[in-house]
Design a protein around this ligand. Structure first.
Ligand SMILES: *Cc1c(COP(=O)(O)O)cnc(C)c1O
Length: 462
């Protein structure tokens, strides 16, 4: 199993190297050269299995033997042990044909734990074999950071630096990143928005001297292994609702396009996904791109669903590459246009290929609040603002197939917004009691590559 870059100019890598490398050296993202297909019988056999077993069967074909089967099973078991629900990704029903997939039962209360916990296990296992030390740098709109810190805190051979946009994450999100006491955890508040943080991260990867000196590794969804781990819950949800004997649709609250791209991969693997619906908040570049064919950045407007306050959706490049038939030169040209003039026009055949699978919708701030209140009254389910964005868009796309909406965070991560919308203040679960009593530790950093690199070199002593 080889991984190739979306820009066509970097060497193909095996699974382990693609995971440790993150961004390809030509600036592209790694994608599998071919997507393994599961037969209908193999998919049918997943129904009713424990989450861990489904994870093993779905992910294993992508590993190319990088981990032995027993070792991989052990890593999966360790990854999901800390979840507080036996099903890991349970579903509840919202209306006759509409289901909510609760992805917030992991240690940091957002779906990022599904991928970060297993990546943490896999990277540790790989480092133990190679004896290497790495520096992880991650950009976060709020939830990736805490999930990464949770997965890597206290490890001897890893330093983890997290860049988050200052003042643009919720208090709970910030405290999850700033209160861990381990010396290998570095929370950096950047003077900018998430797109700035992600752009500086990509700049670091493109500075080969720095990248090699600190052995830079990435855990953003530019890392293929993260996307892969998220493919699993599309299979558990769809088979629980009757796949492969009937098709199922999904609506995904979207920012960096990693989660919805995992659904795209599940479909390529043979899972009968009818419609895959992109739900955006007022930062609606993806909805505009799907409806008009123009992918054009427009400045981030802070919202009550901050983890989706993104304009440059990294993983869209992967979908584009597949929709362009694997033409790395064409992707490179479009990305150059994005960098130079803030946008590009989707070639008509690529747009048609994307529209064959993807729908989209947008949810305003008022609609988000109204959906939280309405869903609570109708079902008793208290949604986080991101999940509410998706529920509203999903309701506009209900059809013959069951609709599964991904609930990406626990409402207690956004207590102020949820209380303002519903009148209820969601409580943090017991394992997070005391979050507001612990001292915070963070460093303010400018939106400047040299300053960031200097700080990382000082902290790591490399
Ligand atoms: C990260 C995140 C999203 C967006 O997911 P992408 O993979 O970036 O599209 C949505 N909701 C929450 C709560 C998140 O943390």
């Amino acid at each position: 199993m080889n991984y190739i870059s979306t820009r066509g100019q970097a060497p193909a890598l095996g699974f382990g190297a693609a995971m440790m490398t993150g961004l390809a050296r030509d600036g592209g993202l790694y994608v599998p050269e071919t997507v393994p297909v599961m037969t209908a019988d193999e998919i049918a056999a997943l129904a009713g299995l424990p989450y861990e077993e489904v994870a093993f069967r779905v992910m294993r074909p992508f590993l190319g033997g990088f981990f032995a089967d027993d070792e991989f099973r052990g890593l999966i078991a360790a990854a999901y042990r800390g979840f507080d629900h036996a099903a890991r990704a349970p579903m509840v029903q919202l209306s006759a044909n509409h289901f909510l997939l609760e992805l917030f039962h992991g240690p940091t209360l957002a779906f990022k734990d599904f991928a970060m916990q297993i990546i943490g296990q896999m990277m540790q296992a790989a480092l133990a074999k190679s004896g290497e030390r790495i520096t992880i740098v991650g950009a976060t709109s709020g939830d990736t950071g805490s999930a990464a810190i949770e997965a890597f805190r206290g490890l001897a051979n890893v330093d983890v630096f997290i860049l988050f946009p200052q003042g643009r994450v919720s208090d709970v999100q910030r405290r999850q990143m700033t209160t861990p006491v381990e010396a290998n955890v570095h929370a950096l508040a950047i003077d900018g928005d998430f797109d700035d943080a992600q752009a500086r991260l990509k700049d670091m990867f493109n500075d080969f001297a720095f990248r090699d000196r600190v052995r830079l590794a990435g855990v953003n969804s530019i890392n293929w292994a993260r996307v892969l781990a998220q493919v699993v819950y599309y299979f558990t949800a769809a088979t629980a609702l009757g796949a492969p004997h009937r098709s199922v649709s999904f609506t995904v609250p979207t920012g960096n396009f990693g989660d919805v791209f995992a659904g795209y991969i599940a479909r390529l693997m043979g899972l009968p996904i009818d419609r895959l619906v992109i739900a955006t908040n007022q930062n609606d570049i993806l909805h505009r791109a799907m409806t008009t064919g123009e992918y054009r950045t427009d400045g981030v407007k802070p919202s009550i669903s901050p983890s989706m306050d993104i304009q440059v959706s990294s993983n869209f490049e992967r979908a584009l590459f597949l929709a362009l038939g694997g033409d790395g030169a064409a992707v490179t040209a479009l990305m150059a246009g994005l960098k130079q003039s803030g946008g590009f026009t989707l070639p008509a055949p690529a747009l048609a290929a994307l529209r064959a699978v993807l729908d989209s919708g947008r949810c305003s701030e008022d609609e988000t609040r109204a959906t939280i209140a309405r869903t609570l009254a109708a079902t008793g389910e208290l949604l986080c603002p991101h999940s509410a964005v998706a529920v509203k868009v999903a309701e506009e796309h209900l059809g013959a197939s069951p609709m599964v909406t991904l609930a990406t965070a626990h409402p207690a991560k956004f207590p102020d917004a949820v209380q303002a919308a519903s009148g209820l203040r969601p409580a943090l679960p017991p394992h997070m009691a005391g979050l507001f009593d612990r001292p915070e530790r963070m460093t303010l950093v400018p939106n400047d590559l040299t300053a960031l690199e200097t700080l990382i070199l000082e902290r790591t002593g490399l």
